[in-house]
Ligand binder design. Structure first.
Ligand code: UDX
Length: 456
Protein backbone atom coordinates (compact mmCIF):
# COMPACT_ATOMS: atom_id res chain seq x y z
CA UNK A 1 0.00 0.00 0.00
CA UNK A 2 2.92 2.32 0.74
CA UNK A 3 4.28 1.74 -2.77
CA UNK A 4 0.85 2.37 -4.33
CA UNK A 5 0.66 5.65 -2.36
CA UNK A 6 4.18 6.54 -3.46
CA UNK A 7 3.52 5.89 -7.15
CA UNK A 8 0.00 7.37 -7.22
CA UNK A 9 0.05 10.71 -5.36
CA UNK A 10 -3.48 11.40 -6.68
CA UNK A 11 -4.88 8.45 -4.67
CA UNK A 12 -5.47 8.50 -0.91
CA UNK A 13 -4.49 5.22 0.73
CA UNK A 14 -5.60 4.42 4.29
CA UNK A 15 -4.27 1.32 6.04
CA UNK A 16 -6.64 0.25 8.80
CA UNK A 17 -6.22 -2.31 11.56
CA UNK A 18 -7.95 -3.08 14.85
CA UNK A 19 -4.59 -3.27 16.61
CA UNK A 20 -3.94 0.20 18.06
CA UNK A 21 -0.38 -0.57 19.09
CA UNK A 22 0.55 -1.61 15.57
CA UNK A 23 -1.09 1.38 13.95
CA UNK A 24 0.69 3.77 16.32
CA UNK A 25 3.98 2.03 15.52
CA UNK A 26 3.31 2.71 11.82
CA UNK A 27 2.64 6.34 12.78
CA UNK A 28 5.79 6.61 14.88
CA UNK A 29 8.14 9.54 14.21
CA UNK A 30 11.07 7.21 14.64
CA UNK A 31 11.25 5.39 11.31
CA UNK A 32 13.48 2.76 12.91
CA UNK A 33 10.45 1.70 15.00
CA UNK A 34 8.31 0.55 12.04
CA UNK A 35 6.95 -2.93 12.81
CA UNK A 36 8.46 -4.50 9.67
CA UNK A 37 12.13 -4.32 8.67
CA UNK A 38 12.31 -4.07 4.91
CA UNK A 39 15.14 -2.28 3.04
CA UNK A 40 13.89 1.05 1.62
CA UNK A 41 10.48 0.91 3.31
CA UNK A 42 11.32 3.71 5.76
CA UNK A 43 12.08 6.11 2.87
CA UNK A 44 8.81 5.28 1.10
CA UNK A 45 6.87 5.81 4.35
CA UNK A 46 8.74 9.03 4.97
CA UNK A 47 7.77 10.38 1.52
CA UNK A 48 4.11 9.37 1.64
CA UNK A 49 2.87 9.33 5.23
CA UNK A 50 0.57 12.27 5.87
CA UNK A 51 0.70 13.16 2.15
CA UNK A 52 -1.61 10.46 0.80
CA UNK A 53 -0.83 7.48 3.04
CA UNK A 54 -2.56 7.19 6.40
CA UNK A 55 -2.56 4.58 9.17
CA UNK A 56 -5.70 4.47 11.24
CA UNK A 57 -7.95 2.38 13.47
CA UNK A 58 -11.12 4.07 12.14
CA UNK A 59 -12.26 1.04 10.19
CA UNK A 60 -15.90 2.04 9.77
CA UNK A 61 -15.35 5.51 8.30
CA UNK A 62 -12.44 4.38 6.14
CA UNK A 63 -14.49 1.59 4.54
CA UNK A 64 -17.44 3.93 4.09
CA UNK A 65 -15.42 6.43 2.11
CA UNK A 66 -13.39 3.88 0.11
CA UNK A 67 -13.89 3.17 -3.60
CA UNK A 68 -11.67 0.13 -3.34
CA UNK A 69 -10.92 -2.09 -0.32
CA UNK A 70 -7.89 -4.44 -0.27
CA UNK A 71 -8.31 -7.39 2.08
CA UNK A 72 -4.75 -7.97 3.24
CA UNK A 73 -5.03 -10.13 6.34
CA UNK A 74 -3.11 -13.25 7.25
CA UNK A 75 -4.44 -16.70 6.43
CA UNK A 76 -2.50 -19.01 8.74
CA UNK A 77 -2.65 -22.80 8.52
CA UNK A 78 -5.56 -24.15 10.60
CA UNK A 79 -4.35 -25.77 13.81
CA UNK A 80 -7.51 -27.68 14.61
CA UNK A 81 -10.78 -28.82 13.12
CA UNK A 82 -11.41 -29.80 9.51
CA UNK A 83 -8.21 -29.56 7.47
CA UNK A 84 -6.03 -29.01 10.58
CA UNK A 85 -2.36 -28.68 9.64
CA UNK A 86 -3.10 -28.05 5.95
CA UNK A 87 -6.10 -25.84 5.19
CA UNK A 88 -5.87 -22.05 5.50
CA UNK A 89 -7.81 -20.44 8.30
CA UNK A 90 -10.03 -17.86 6.63
CA UNK A 91 -11.57 -16.35 9.75
CA UNK A 92 -9.87 -12.99 9.28
CA UNK A 93 -10.87 -12.84 5.62
CA UNK A 94 -14.46 -13.56 6.56
CA UNK A 95 -14.38 -10.98 9.37
CA UNK A 96 -13.07 -8.37 6.90
CA UNK A 97 -15.71 -9.24 4.31
CA UNK A 98 -18.39 -8.81 6.97
CA UNK A 99 -16.99 -5.42 7.98
CA UNK A 100 -16.87 -4.30 4.36
CA UNK A 101 -20.42 -5.57 3.87
CA UNK A 102 -21.60 -3.62 6.92
CA UNK A 103 -19.88 -0.29 6.33
CA UNK A 104 -19.44 0.13 2.57
CA UNK A 105 -21.46 2.72 0.69
CA UNK A 106 -22.08 3.08 -3.04
CA UNK A 107 -20.19 0.80 -5.42
CA UNK A 108 -17.12 -0.73 -3.78
CA UNK A 109 -14.45 -2.88 -5.41
CA UNK A 110 -13.20 -5.51 -2.98
CA UNK A 111 -9.75 -6.86 -3.77
CA UNK A 112 -8.38 -10.12 -2.35
CA UNK A 113 -4.72 -9.36 -1.66
CA UNK A 114 -4.09 -12.15 0.86
CA UNK A 115 -3.07 -15.55 -0.54
CA UNK A 116 -6.28 -17.54 -0.58
CA UNK A 117 -7.44 -21.02 -1.50
CA UNK A 118 -9.04 -21.21 -4.91
CA UNK A 119 -12.76 -20.28 -4.87
CA UNK A 120 -12.57 -18.10 -1.74
CA UNK A 121 -14.12 -15.29 -3.78
CA UNK A 122 -17.40 -17.24 -3.69
CA UNK A 123 -17.52 -16.88 0.10
CA UNK A 124 -16.62 -13.19 -0.07
CA UNK A 125 -19.27 -12.54 -2.72
CA UNK A 126 -21.91 -14.36 -0.68
CA UNK A 127 -21.15 -12.32 2.42
CA UNK A 128 -21.15 -9.08 0.46
CA UNK A 129 -24.34 -9.87 -1.43
CA UNK A 130 -26.21 -10.47 1.84
CA UNK A 131 -25.74 -6.75 2.59
CA UNK A 132 -26.60 -5.73 -0.98
CA UNK A 133 -30.12 -6.96 -0.38
CA UNK A 134 -30.66 -5.50 3.09
CA UNK A 135 -30.84 -1.81 3.92
CA UNK A 136 -28.46 -0.23 6.40
CA UNK A 137 -30.48 -0.41 9.66
CA UNK A 138 -29.04 2.93 10.78
CA UNK A 139 -29.80 4.74 7.56
CA UNK A 140 -33.06 3.69 5.92
CA UNK A 141 -32.66 6.24 3.10
CA UNK A 142 -29.32 4.95 1.94
CA UNK A 143 -29.04 3.00 -1.33
CA UNK A 144 -27.90 -0.58 -1.09
CA UNK A 145 -24.16 -0.87 -1.65
CA UNK A 146 -22.99 -2.88 -4.65
CA UNK A 147 -19.73 -4.82 -4.93
CA UNK A 148 -17.26 -6.25 -7.44
CA UNK A 149 -14.74 -8.80 -6.19
CA UNK A 150 -11.23 -9.03 -7.67
CA UNK A 151 -8.24 -11.23 -6.93
CA UNK A 152 -4.88 -9.45 -7.04
CA UNK A 153 -2.31 -11.66 -5.31
CA UNK A 154 1.00 -10.29 -4.12
CA UNK A 155 4.22 -11.82 -5.45
CA UNK A 156 6.74 -9.77 -3.46
CA UNK A 157 9.43 -11.57 -1.50
CA UNK A 158 10.53 -10.27 1.89
CA UNK A 159 13.84 -8.42 1.95
CA UNK A 160 13.33 -7.24 -1.63
CA UNK A 161 9.69 -6.17 -1.24
CA UNK A 162 10.05 -2.56 -2.38
CA UNK A 163 12.04 -3.45 -5.50
CA UNK A 164 9.68 -6.37 -6.29
CA UNK A 165 6.73 -3.97 -6.10
CA UNK A 166 8.40 -1.20 -8.06
CA UNK A 167 9.61 -3.54 -10.82
CA UNK A 168 7.33 -6.56 -10.74
CA UNK A 169 7.74 -9.48 -13.18
CA UNK A 170 3.97 -9.29 -13.63
CA UNK A 171 0.81 -8.02 -11.94
CA UNK A 172 -2.10 -10.44 -11.83
CA UNK A 173 -5.71 -9.28 -11.73
CA UNK A 174 -8.53 -11.82 -11.73
CA UNK A 175 -12.16 -10.80 -11.96
CA UNK A 176 -15.44 -10.99 -13.78
CA UNK A 177 -16.41 -7.31 -13.85
CA UNK A 178 -14.33 -5.69 -16.66
CA UNK A 179 -14.86 -2.18 -15.26
CA UNK A 180 -13.49 -3.19 -11.87
CA UNK A 181 -10.53 -5.01 -13.46
CA UNK A 182 -9.69 -1.90 -15.50
CA UNK A 183 -10.04 0.39 -12.46
CA UNK A 184 -7.38 -1.64 -10.63
CA UNK A 185 -5.21 -2.00 -13.75
CA UNK A 186 -5.28 1.80 -14.06
CA UNK A 187 -3.70 2.13 -10.61
CA UNK A 188 -0.82 -0.18 -11.54
CA UNK A 189 -0.37 1.52 -14.92
CA UNK A 190 0.98 4.53 -13.03
CA UNK A 191 4.30 2.67 -12.93
CA UNK A 192 3.93 -0.85 -14.33
CA UNK A 193 4.12 -1.42 -18.14
CA UNK A 194 0.62 -2.37 -19.27
CA UNK A 195 1.81 -5.49 -21.16
CA UNK A 196 2.80 -7.20 -17.89
CA UNK A 197 -0.56 -6.62 -16.23
CA UNK A 198 -2.20 -10.02 -16.70
CA UNK A 199 -5.99 -10.25 -16.61
CA UNK A 200 -7.49 -13.66 -15.80
CA UNK A 201 -10.64 -15.13 -14.38
CA UNK A 202 -10.98 -15.08 -10.58
CA UNK A 203 -10.13 -18.74 -10.05
CA UNK A 204 -7.01 -18.69 -12.22
CA UNK A 205 -5.70 -15.74 -10.26
CA UNK A 206 -6.34 -17.36 -6.88
CA UNK A 207 -4.81 -20.68 -7.95
CA UNK A 208 -1.81 -19.04 -9.68
CA UNK A 209 -0.58 -17.52 -6.44
CA UNK A 210 -0.69 -20.78 -4.49
CA UNK A 211 0.91 -22.78 -7.27
CA UNK A 212 3.59 -20.16 -8.07
CA UNK A 213 4.82 -20.54 -4.48
CA UNK A 214 4.61 -24.33 -4.72
CA UNK A 215 6.74 -24.33 -7.91
CA UNK A 216 9.37 -22.09 -6.28
CA UNK A 217 9.49 -24.19 -3.11
CA UNK A 218 9.71 -27.35 -5.23
CA UNK A 219 12.95 -26.08 -6.78
CA UNK A 220 14.50 -25.65 -3.33
CA UNK A 221 13.46 -29.12 -2.18
CA UNK A 222 14.79 -30.56 -5.46
CA UNK A 223 18.17 -28.87 -5.13
CA UNK A 224 18.40 -29.76 -1.42
CA UNK A 225 17.80 -33.42 -2.26
CA UNK A 226 20.66 -33.14 -4.75
CA UNK A 227 22.82 -31.43 -2.09
CA UNK A 228 22.73 -34.59 0.03
CA UNK A 229 23.63 -36.66 -3.01
CA UNK A 230 26.59 -34.36 -3.72
CA UNK A 231 27.87 -34.74 -0.16
CA UNK A 232 27.68 -38.53 -0.50
CA UNK A 233 29.41 -38.75 -3.87
CA UNK A 234 31.99 -35.98 -4.01
CA UNK A 235 30.05 -33.93 -6.54
CA UNK A 236 29.91 -30.21 -5.74
CA UNK A 237 26.47 -28.61 -5.42
CA UNK A 238 27.68 -25.23 -6.71
CA UNK A 239 28.91 -26.88 -9.91
CA UNK A 240 25.83 -29.06 -10.24
CA UNK A 241 23.37 -26.21 -9.72
CA UNK A 242 25.26 -24.08 -12.24
CA UNK A 243 25.13 -26.95 -14.73
CA UNK A 244 21.40 -27.41 -14.13
CA UNK A 245 20.55 -23.73 -14.02
CA UNK A 246 22.34 -22.74 -17.21
CA UNK A 247 19.75 -24.72 -19.16
CA UNK A 248 17.64 -21.71 -20.06
CA UNK A 249 14.47 -23.80 -19.71
CA UNK A 250 15.31 -24.23 -16.02
CA UNK A 251 17.15 -21.00 -15.18
CA UNK A 252 19.70 -20.10 -12.52
CA UNK A 253 17.47 -18.46 -9.93
CA UNK A 254 16.17 -20.33 -6.89
CA UNK A 255 18.68 -23.15 -7.06
CA UNK A 256 20.74 -22.31 -3.97
CA UNK A 257 21.00 -25.32 -1.68
CA UNK A 258 20.55 -24.37 1.96
CA UNK A 259 19.00 -25.33 5.27
CA UNK A 260 15.55 -25.54 3.67
CA UNK A 261 12.98 -22.90 2.86
CA UNK A 262 11.28 -20.85 5.56
CA UNK A 263 9.04 -17.81 5.63
CA UNK A 264 5.34 -17.28 6.01
CA UNK A 265 4.28 -18.51 2.57
CA UNK A 266 5.87 -21.62 1.11
CA UNK A 267 5.00 -24.23 3.71
CA UNK A 268 1.55 -22.81 4.39
CA UNK A 269 0.67 -22.51 0.72
CA UNK A 270 1.91 -25.97 -0.25
CA UNK A 271 0.01 -27.55 2.65
CA UNK A 272 -3.06 -25.70 1.50
CA UNK A 273 -2.50 -27.06 -2.01
CA UNK A 274 -2.26 -30.57 -0.53
CA UNK A 275 -5.52 -30.00 1.30
CA UNK A 276 -7.27 -28.67 -1.81
CA UNK A 277 -5.99 -31.57 -3.94
CA UNK A 278 -7.39 -34.09 -1.45
CA UNK A 279 -10.60 -32.09 -1.14
CA UNK A 280 -11.11 -32.27 -4.89
CA UNK A 281 -10.50 -36.05 -4.87
CA UNK A 282 -6.90 -35.94 -6.17
CA UNK A 283 -4.87 -37.64 -3.43
CA UNK A 284 -1.90 -38.41 -5.74
CA UNK A 285 -1.55 -34.71 -6.49
CA UNK A 286 -1.72 -33.95 -2.76
CA UNK A 287 0.92 -36.59 -2.01
CA UNK A 288 3.21 -35.21 -4.71
CA UNK A 289 3.21 -31.70 -3.22
CA UNK A 290 3.40 -33.01 0.36
CA UNK A 291 6.80 -34.46 -0.57
CA UNK A 292 8.17 -30.94 -1.17
CA UNK A 293 7.42 -30.06 2.47
CA UNK A 294 8.57 -33.46 3.74
CA UNK A 295 11.90 -33.01 1.99
CA UNK A 296 12.24 -29.54 3.50
CA UNK A 297 11.71 -30.86 7.04
CA UNK A 298 14.19 -33.65 6.28
CA UNK A 299 16.90 -31.20 5.17
CA UNK A 300 16.64 -29.32 8.49
CA UNK A 301 16.76 -32.53 10.52
CA UNK A 302 19.63 -33.83 8.42
CA UNK A 303 21.73 -30.74 9.16
CA UNK A 304 21.07 -30.86 12.91
CA UNK A 305 21.92 -34.57 13.04
CA UNK A 306 25.05 -34.06 11.00
CA UNK A 307 26.30 -31.47 13.52
CA UNK A 308 25.82 -33.97 16.34
CA UNK A 309 27.60 -36.69 14.36
CA UNK A 310 30.62 -34.53 13.57
CA UNK A 311 30.95 -33.51 17.22
CA UNK A 312 31.72 -37.11 18.26
CA UNK A 313 28.05 -38.08 18.50
CA UNK A 314 27.21 -35.74 21.37
CA UNK A 315 26.54 -32.05 21.82
CA UNK A 316 25.39 -32.38 25.41
CA UNK A 317 26.89 -29.50 27.39
CA UNK A 318 28.68 -28.16 24.32
CA UNK A 319 28.34 -24.57 23.18
CA UNK A 320 27.10 -24.11 19.61
CA UNK A 321 26.84 -20.71 17.95
CA UNK A 322 24.00 -20.06 15.48
CA UNK A 323 24.67 -17.14 13.17
CA UNK A 324 21.41 -15.95 11.62
CA UNK A 325 17.91 -16.70 12.87
CA UNK A 326 15.78 -14.92 10.23
CA UNK A 327 14.42 -17.20 7.50
CA UNK A 328 16.64 -15.40 4.99
CA UNK A 329 18.81 -12.26 4.84
CA UNK A 330 17.48 -8.68 4.84
CA UNK A 331 14.41 -9.37 6.93
CA UNK A 332 13.61 -9.65 10.63
CA UNK A 333 10.98 -12.29 9.91
CA UNK A 334 11.51 -15.61 11.69
CA UNK A 335 8.33 -17.38 10.66
CA UNK A 336 9.09 -21.01 9.71
CA UNK A 337 12.83 -20.16 9.75
CA UNK A 338 14.98 -23.29 9.36
CA UNK A 339 16.90 -22.00 12.42
CA UNK A 340 13.90 -22.86 14.62
CA UNK A 341 13.83 -26.59 14.02
CA UNK A 342 17.62 -26.87 13.84
CA UNK A 343 18.02 -25.02 17.17
CA UNK A 344 15.25 -27.05 18.83
CA UNK A 345 16.81 -30.30 17.66
CA UNK A 346 20.20 -29.29 19.10
CA UNK A 347 18.67 -28.00 22.34
CA UNK A 348 16.91 -31.35 22.63
CA UNK A 349 20.33 -33.00 22.33
CA UNK A 350 21.45 -30.94 25.34
CA UNK A 351 23.52 -28.27 23.58
CA UNK A 352 23.86 -24.72 24.83
CA UNK A 353 23.08 -22.46 21.88
CA UNK A 354 24.18 -18.86 21.47
CA UNK A 355 22.26 -17.03 18.76
CA UNK A 356 23.22 -13.94 16.82
CA UNK A 357 21.15 -12.13 14.20
CA UNK A 358 21.56 -8.47 13.17
CA UNK A 359 17.80 -7.79 13.03
CA UNK A 360 16.00 -10.39 15.14
CA UNK A 361 15.11 -9.66 18.79
CA UNK A 362 15.52 -12.10 21.67
CA UNK A 363 11.74 -12.01 22.32
CA UNK A 364 11.10 -13.25 18.76
CA UNK A 365 13.48 -16.16 19.29
CA UNK A 366 11.78 -17.00 22.61
CA UNK A 367 8.46 -16.97 20.83
CA UNK A 368 9.71 -19.12 17.97
CA UNK A 369 11.45 -21.68 20.19
CA UNK A 370 8.60 -21.75 22.70
CA UNK A 371 10.98 -21.26 25.62
CA UNK A 372 12.68 -18.37 27.36
CA UNK A 373 16.45 -17.89 27.23
CA UNK A 374 17.83 -19.82 30.19
CA UNK A 375 21.07 -20.49 31.98
CA UNK A 376 21.28 -23.42 34.36
CA UNK A 377 17.63 -23.50 35.25
CA UNK A 378 15.60 -26.06 33.48
CA UNK A 379 12.40 -24.23 32.67
CA UNK A 380 12.96 -24.66 28.95
CA UNK A 381 11.18 -27.45 27.10
CA UNK A 382 14.25 -29.65 27.13
CA UNK A 383 17.65 -30.02 28.74
CA UNK A 384 19.34 -27.53 26.45
CA UNK A 385 19.58 -23.79 26.87
CA UNK A 386 19.95 -20.81 24.60
CA UNK A 387 20.90 -17.16 24.74
CA UNK A 388 20.70 -14.32 22.23
CA UNK A 389 23.90 -12.27 22.02
CA UNK A 390 24.67 -9.00 20.32
CA UNK A 391 27.97 -9.80 18.61
CA UNK A 392 29.41 -12.65 16.59
CA UNK A 393 32.49 -12.64 18.86
CA UNK A 394 30.32 -13.25 21.92
CA UNK A 395 28.40 -15.99 20.11
CA UNK A 396 31.46 -17.98 19.10
CA UNK A 397 33.61 -17.56 22.21
CA UNK A 398 34.07 -20.99 23.78
CA UNK A 399 32.05 -22.65 21.01
CA UNK A 400 32.62 -26.14 19.64
CA UNK A 401 30.86 -25.25 16.41
CA UNK A 402 29.43 -22.33 14.46
CA UNK A 403 26.36 -22.86 12.27
CA UNK A 404 25.63 -20.26 9.60
CA UNK A 405 21.90 -20.41 8.96
CA UNK A 406 21.12 -17.04 7.32
CA UNK A 407 23.11 -15.50 4.47
CA UNK A 408 23.56 -12.03 6.05
CA UNK A 409 26.31 -10.06 4.31
CA UNK A 410 28.25 -9.55 7.53
CA UNK A 411 28.74 -13.33 7.86
CA UNK A 412 30.46 -13.42 4.47
CA UNK A 413 33.27 -11.21 5.75
CA UNK A 414 34.02 -12.70 9.17
CA UNK A 415 37.64 -12.75 10.30
CA UNK A 416 38.05 -16.44 11.10
CA UNK A 417 41.67 -16.08 12.18
CA UNK A 418 40.52 -13.84 15.06
CA UNK A 419 37.31 -15.70 15.87
CA UNK A 420 38.99 -19.11 16.01
CA UNK A 421 41.31 -17.94 18.80
CA UNK A 422 38.44 -17.97 21.28
CA UNK A 423 36.86 -21.21 20.08
CA UNK A 424 37.50 -24.68 21.45
CA UNK A 425 39.77 -27.14 19.70
CA UNK A 426 38.83 -28.92 17.62
CA UNK A 427 35.93 -26.82 16.41
CA UNK A 428 33.73 -26.68 13.35
CA UNK A 429 32.13 -24.24 10.96
CA UNK A 430 28.92 -25.55 9.33
CA UNK A 431 28.09 -23.35 6.37
CA UNK A 432 24.51 -24.16 5.37
CA UNK A 433 24.31 -21.20 2.95
CA UNK A 434 27.53 -21.67 1.04
CA UNK A 435 28.77 -18.13 1.80
CA UNK A 436 31.95 -18.57 3.84
CA UNK A 437 35.47 -18.19 2.45
CA UNK A 438 36.79 -21.75 2.82
CA UNK A 439 40.48 -20.88 2.63
CA UNK A 440 40.18 -18.43 5.55
CA UNK A 441 38.38 -20.97 7.71
CA UNK A 442 40.85 -23.71 6.89
CA UNK A 443 43.89 -21.56 7.51
CA UNK A 444 42.42 -20.64 10.90
CA UNK A 445 42.62 -24.36 11.73
CA UNK A 446 38.87 -24.94 11.85
CA UNK A 447 37.04 -27.98 10.50
CA UNK A 448 34.65 -27.07 7.73
CA UNK A 449 31.41 -28.49 6.35
CA UNK A 450 29.36 -26.91 3.60
CA UNK A 451 25.92 -27.87 2.31
CA UNK A 452 26.18 -29.82 -0.92
CA UNK A 453 29.95 -30.24 -0.58
CA UNK A 454 30.31 -31.95 2.75
CA UNK A 455 33.47 -31.91 4.82
CA UNK A 456 36.48 -30.13 3.43
C1 UDX B 1 8.02 -16.08 -1.28
C2 UDX B 1 7.89 -15.90 -2.81
O1 UDX B 1 9.20 -15.76 -3.39
C3 UDX B 1 7.04 -14.69 -3.14
O2 UDX B 1 6.86 -14.61 -4.53
C4 UDX B 1 5.70 -14.85 -2.45
O3 UDX B 1 4.90 -13.72 -2.70
C5 UDX B 1 5.89 -15.03 -0.95
O4 UDX B 1 6.72 -16.16 -0.71
P1 UDX B 1 9.50 -15.00 0.67
O5 UDX B 1 8.89 -16.06 1.55
O6 UDX B 1 9.54 -13.60 1.17
O7 UDX B 1 8.74 -14.97 -0.74
O8 UDX B 1 11.02 -15.42 0.39
P2 UDX B 1 11.88 -16.14 -0.77
O9 UDX B 1 12.94 -15.20 -1.20
O10 UDX B 1 11.04 -16.71 -1.83
O11 UDX B 1 12.60 -17.31 0.04
C6 UDX B 1 11.87 -18.36 0.69
C7 UDX B 1 12.81 -19.34 1.36
O12 UDX B 1 13.52 -20.11 0.41
C8 UDX B 1 13.88 -18.68 2.24
O13 UDX B 1 14.01 -19.42 3.44
C9 UDX B 1 15.13 -18.76 1.40
O14 UDX B 1 16.30 -18.76 2.17
C10 UDX B 1 14.91 -20.09 0.68
N1 UDX B 1 15.65 -20.18 -0.59
C11 UDX B 1 15.34 -19.33 -1.63
C12 UDX B 1 16.63 -21.16 -0.75
O15 UDX B 1 16.91 -21.93 0.18
N2 UDX B 1 17.26 -21.25 -1.96
C13 UDX B 1 16.98 -20.43 -3.02
O16 UDX B 1 17.61 -20.60 -4.08
C14 UDX B 1 15.99 -19.44 -2.84
Amino acid sequence: MAVIADRCPQIDVTVVDLNEERISAWNSDDLKQLPVYEPGLDQVINRTRGRNLYFSTSIETSIKSADMVFISVNTPTKLKGLGAGQASDLKWVEACARQVANYASGHTIVVEKSTLPVRTAVAIKTILSARSTQPDPLNANEDYPTFSVLSNPEFLAEGTAIKDLEEPDRVLIGGEDPLAVEALALIYENWVPSEIILRTNLWSSELSKLTANAFLAQRISSINSVSALCEATGADIAEVSLAIGTDSRIGTKFLNAGPGFGGSCFKKDILNLVYLSNYFGLPEVGYYWQQVVTLNDWQQKRIAQLVVKKLFGTVSGKKLAILGFAFKANTNDTREAPAISIALELIEEGAFITIHDPKVESSQVANALGCEPTFNNKISISEGEWLMVSSVEEAVTGADAVLILTEWDEYKKLNWANLSRNMRTPSWVFDTRGIVDITQVKSAGLNFWRVGQGED
